[in-house]
Design a protein around this ligand. Structure first.
Ligand code: COA
Length: 571
């Protein structure tokens, strides 16, 4: 089928649906929702049999839905309407929620229902629920709707009319959630309430609040069970986060957005205030219970060390990389046989921290420091000769994060995650993380070139098919974690473990003799230096647009396939 995606951006949900439908043999093209006239032009060029709207911020124009079947993905249960579906569900403590695929019509979110998929609503950030439960339900819902199209055409099935009928449904029309609805009362709100409010607005738009007498928006909350203070008081700081007391406990807040800026680690957003506060450090890398906030944590089971690093949005600044390197080097000293680099729940890594770079006095210098810190980490992982190493990707990865994972001996990916192993979209960055050393043995020189040139996302399955990663399994996060443990123990107890380790050391020594790692790194960094300090400012422009979330003025050519076709001329 010829399917046109009409979407606000090519976000992770859209990427997942795109990959899934292409895999099912459909011809899919993408148009960003920029202006009605542009959408009309795209439809005229592509002549789609179906239009799918995975992520829209405004209504589809009547000129389109009156002539074409348009299916909209709504992140709410049947009957739910409005732009703050998930926000209300989280804030009001719903325990089950869903995604509805409905037909676009005159009233927004009120058209006939083609499919709906339910899921349990866990405690979590809105963006996390969106990337996981909502994305999976949307995938199933859209596939179901596509199956039903044939039945519909044959007159054997009709979508469910909800609006204006007596069909009893749980969902209802909800207004956009305003900041007044989100407001935190630090003196009277309990920890659970504060968490719900911040989660409901995370990653966008955040909760408008006042910190140190200044207005800002807050994100990235985690409960603290041991330390408390006078309600409202900012008690301490730890790495990127502040701890603030609620009525019955305290909450860590990891990120803030000041009125004139963009999202930053909280202690950087309020740097002077942070400097005056006491640090509440953690004594070790060992994972505490879930009673406090800990972005890097280590767990050991039998002969396996699991290093978790849950960095907000998967972005890794200079200090994140340095701290993770220190934790990795410490993990190497443990009497284990395997180290599993487990990343975070939502992201494994998205590469260097573009927001921290953007806010630095010299973005070029900070880019340089950040990529060097990233390379130190990649190099340490490659050089590890005391354990076998595994990267277990339970969450998405992008850019340098994808190549950092390849620095391990084996990369295992959860089915359903999205990978964006390319730097091209960030102003043609050359990239580092030793990719020139790591990729060719796995995918060949041509394969490496194809990966680096490709601007499109890669599914977990594709990453294994092309030899980039090693295994893909278990779409469910819990099952994935369990299977990672089983596979890691199999590695650790294998009879030939000593031979495997010896072979790894031998290969590394042999590679080093042919071309030292330092030479690969120097070659890559020479190119990166040009990207950061050279005459062409593309990277700095691209980063600025990314961090400031400048809306697209047109759909990139590699997504809008219809623009390449010499199709029906526009009337
Ligand atoms: N640095 C800082 N923030 C980053 C980031 C990075 N490297 N990568 C992602 N983010 C942030 C986004 O700004 C967004 O922030 P928000 O919380 O304000 O919404 C959030 O992470 C989620 O990213 P988003 O783009 O919405 O997720 P996605 O799943 O739709 O797309 C990527 C994933 C990887 C394609 C996209 O985030 C990306 O291109 N990231 C930049 C990767 C990069 O170029 N790194 C530098 C070179 S190594």
């Amino acid at each position: 089928m010829r399917i046109l995606f009409l979407t606000h951006s090519f976000n992770s949900l859209t990427q997942r649906l795109y990959a899934e439908l292409v895999e099912h043999g459909h011809e899919v093209s993408i148009e960003f929702d920029i202006a009605d006239s542009v959408t009309e032009e795209a439809v005229a060029q592509f002549q789609p049999e179906l239009i799918v709207a995975p992520f829209l911020k405004r209504a589809i124009p009547p000129s389109i839905w009156s002539k074409h079947l348009c299916l909209v993905v709504h992140p709410g249960i049947v009957g739910d309407r409005g732009p703050s579906a998930l926000d209300w569900a989280i804030q009001e403590g719903e325990t089950s929620w869903g995604v509805t695929v409905l037909q676009a019509g005159a009233e927004m979110d009120a058209g006939p229902v083609w499919a709906s998929v339910a899921f349990p609503l866990r405690r979590g950030k809105k963006a996390s629920l969106y990337r996981n439960e909502v994305t999976e339900a949307a995938r199933r819902g859209v596939l179901l709707a596509l199956e039903r199209m044939a039945e519909f055409t044959a007159g054997r099935w009709a979508p469910l009319e909800v609006s204006g009928t007596r069909n009893p449904v749980r969902g209802r029309l909800r207004p956009p959630m305003k900041q007044a609805d989100r407001a935190i009362d630090w003196h009277n709100d309990e920890t659970a309430t504060v968490l719900r409010k911040i989660d409901a607005g995370d990653g966008f738009p955040g909760v408008a609040d006042t910190w140190f007498g200044e207005p800002c928006r807050v994100f990235d909350a985690w409960p603290e069970a041991r330390i408390s203070g006078a309600p409202g008081e900012v008690i301490a700081r730890r790495e990127t986060a502040f701890l603030r007391a609620t009525k019955d406990g305290a909450v860590w807040v990891g990120h803030v957005k000041r009125s004139d800026g963009f999202k930053l680690p909280a202690v950087l957003g309020f740097a002077a205030e942070a400097a005056a506060l006491a640090e509440a450090p953690l004594a070790t890398w060992w994972a505490a219970d879930h009673a406090t906030w800990q972005d890097i944590s280590y767990v050991e089971q039998a002969d396996i060390g699991y290093l978790h690093f849950d960095f907000y949005n998967g972005a890794m600044g200079t200090r994140h990389c340095q701290r993770l390197l220190a934790a990795f080097q410490w993990a190497e000293t443990r009497p284990t046989r395997v180290i599993v680099l487990a990343g975070g729940e939502d992201f494994w890594s998205n590469g260097i921290h573009l927001n921290l770079i953007e806010t630095a006095d010299s973005p070029a210098d900070e880019s340089w420091a950040n990529i060097n810190a990233m390379d130190d980490l990649a190099e340490a992982i490659i050089r590890c000769n005391s354990q076998l190493t595994v990267a277990a990707l339970a969450g998405n990865a992008g850019a340098g994060g994808c190549f950092l994972a390849r620095a391990t001996d084996q990369v295992w990916v959860r089915e359903g995650i999205m990978l964006n192993p390319h730097y091209k979209n960030m102003g043609n960055l050359y990239g580092s993380e030793l990719w020139t050393y790591l990729l060719p043995p796995r995918v060949g020189a041509e394969g490496a070139r194809r990966i680096m040139q490709r601007r499109l996302p890669m599914t977990a399955r594709q990453s294994v098919e092309c030899g980039f990663y090693d295994h893909c399994f278990s779409a469910d996060a819990g099952h994935f974690a369990a299977e990672v443990m089983l596979k890691a123990s199999a590695l650790a107890i294998a009879n030939d473990f000593p031979q495997q380790l010896a072979e790894k050391r031998r290969r590394r020594a042999e590679d080093e003799a042919v071309k030292p790692l330092a030479a690969y790194r120097a070659d890559e960094l020479a190119q990166m230096r040009r990207n950061f300090y050279g005459f062409d400012p593309s990277y700095h422009y691209a980063r600025h647009h990314f961090v400031h979330k400048v809306a697209h003025a047109w759909t990139p050519r590699h997504l809008a396939h219809h623009r390449d076709q010499r199709a029906t001329p526009v009337a």
